[in-house]
Design a protein around this ligand. Sequence first.
Ligand code: F6R
Length: 364
Amino acid sequence: EKGGYDHFMLKEIHEQPKAMADTLTGRCFPDKIVLDDVNLDAETMKSINRIQIVACGTAYHAGMVGKYLIEKFARVAVETEPASEYRYKDPLVDAHTLLIVISQSGETADTLAAIRLAKEKGARVLAITNVVGSSIAREADDVLYTNAGPEIAVASTKAYVTQVGCMILLALHFGLLNGQVDEGTMKRVTNGLKDTSALIEKALGDHDKIREYAYEHFKVDDMYFIGRGLDYYTCLEGSLKAKEISYIHSDAYAAGELKHGPIALVDVGTVVIAVCTQGNVFDKMLNAIKEVKARGANVMAIAKEGHEEIIPEVDQVFFIPQMDDEITPIPTVVYLQLLAYYLSVARGCDVDKPKNLAKSVTVE
Ligand code: F6R
């Protein structure tokens, strides 16, 4: 049932090109986004003055990407919070709020509690979930299914990638509804989305080189992931994946924060994973890399083709093809999933069933 793969996680990582295609099919057009069970129209959007995105763990990271993109394409302010925080803080939520929840399983207790709280206060709730008929799908007003297929491994991979795909669709949809996204942007981004399966496939093609890197570094005690903009959220996700299944301590930092404290931790041999795909901050990332290298760090980077000047600055670099900056979180995270996977295998961990973790957290 693992289809020839050693672990469900690896199988699911390789299922991502198809999962992404299934997420986009019938929904993504150059001039419109069609979402069957999302019934928000321009009128309803006008009545909404607050969008909140609430989720847990990996799904929360997809929510951060969502915040960034909804603010960019729809020009509406969005707040994000872990569901476990939201539910206990008397949040500012009323009939003019749209709460977006994200949950692979559709059964996470904190996320479900957040929905109930928001609905009690009159908010409208939109759920992004992978499981048809789950509690979260049933209790939400609008549902956007990720269509990733069953995810068995505890570490979420294809669910995350498809959640990010859904967030791009939703951000464009909202942008169209409130007239903030222009024709050119729609064409550009929907065109980019069409390539995502092939982009994931290309990233998967680098698995040997990532395995090699993992087998060279699996004995480290600490790892740091740095990035800016959308890359920062990918770093948070890569760091969570690494600690979850390889038990290596790791942290993710917005690279501009390094000099405000974390750089004190960087020493000879410290592994730093630098995600540098965002064009507007590439030079800033290069500076951050120079600073950690000067302290002896070993740096693995992910950058876009065309930024070859990074080669002499790092120990290992993976290039993703030219694409819009909004699309890069999809292929980029694949590298970090594979890195976590091979670190876990190299350390002899139980990849699919990490200690202390359950696939679905249905109790607090
Ligand atoms: C990490 C992981 C968890 C889940 C979290 C939310 O790989 O799988 O962090 O993302 O428990 O679960 P769902 O999405 O089912 O609500």
